[in-house]
Ligand binder design. Structure first.
Ligand code: IDP
Ligand code: MG
Length: 149
């Protein structure tokens, strides 16, 4: 089967909770190759570009400030690329549903996520939703020479 790549982000709540290692472990258990990894202090520009397609949603401002660490003591993001057959669907399954209350209790979001009283889905991770989105996002977060072949 043809290999594909996916962008996985551990968002600032995961860093603040001190569970980045556990989260990386859950993705590594998916039997994909880790082909990129770095820590990023997210700028307004990067956060807005990352969520550009969601501009106009009622939660847009909130998710931009969330990704920048403004809700979590300015913690950074761990950005990773995983590569292998069906990398997108495998990593989406490991992450769980967008709303942590609806996510499988064994998924990352089910285990560690929460919905705040203000209604923010603090769901710990981002995973590209398809191969096309993954290509755009990987190019946004990584330089070519930061990713293994
Ligand atoms: P995904 O992260 O599961 O792909 P998207 O629809 O791409 O979900 O939404 C991006 C992020 O926006 C989510 O991870 C979540 O943090 C937030 N979000 C999405 N839908 C809602 C909502 O209905 N209420 C609050 N936050 C939301
Ligand atoms: Mg998405």
């Amino acid at each position: 089967m043809k290999a594909e790549s996916v962008l996985v982000l551990i968002k600032p709540d995961g860093m603040q909770k001190g569970i980045a290692g556990d989260v990386i472990g859950l993705f590594l258990a998916g039997d994909l190759k880790l082909t990129g990894l770095k820590v990023v202090q997210v700028s307004p520009r990067l956060a807005q570009a990352h969520y550009g397609h969601l501009r106009g949603q009622f939660f847009f401002k909130e998710i931009v400030t969330y990704l920048m660490g403004d809700l979590h003591a300015k913690n950074p993001v761990v950005a990773m690329v995983f590569t292998g057959p069906q990398a997108v669907s495998k990593c989406r399954k490991i992450a769980g549903a967008t709303n942590p209350e609806e996510a499988d209790p064994r998924s990352v979001r089910g285990k560690f996520g929460r919905v705040t009283t203000k209604g923010v889905f603090e769901n710990l991770v981002h995973v590209s939703s398809d191969v096309k989105e993954a290509r755009r996002e990987i190019a946004l977060w990584f330089k070519k020479n930061e990713i293994l072949k």
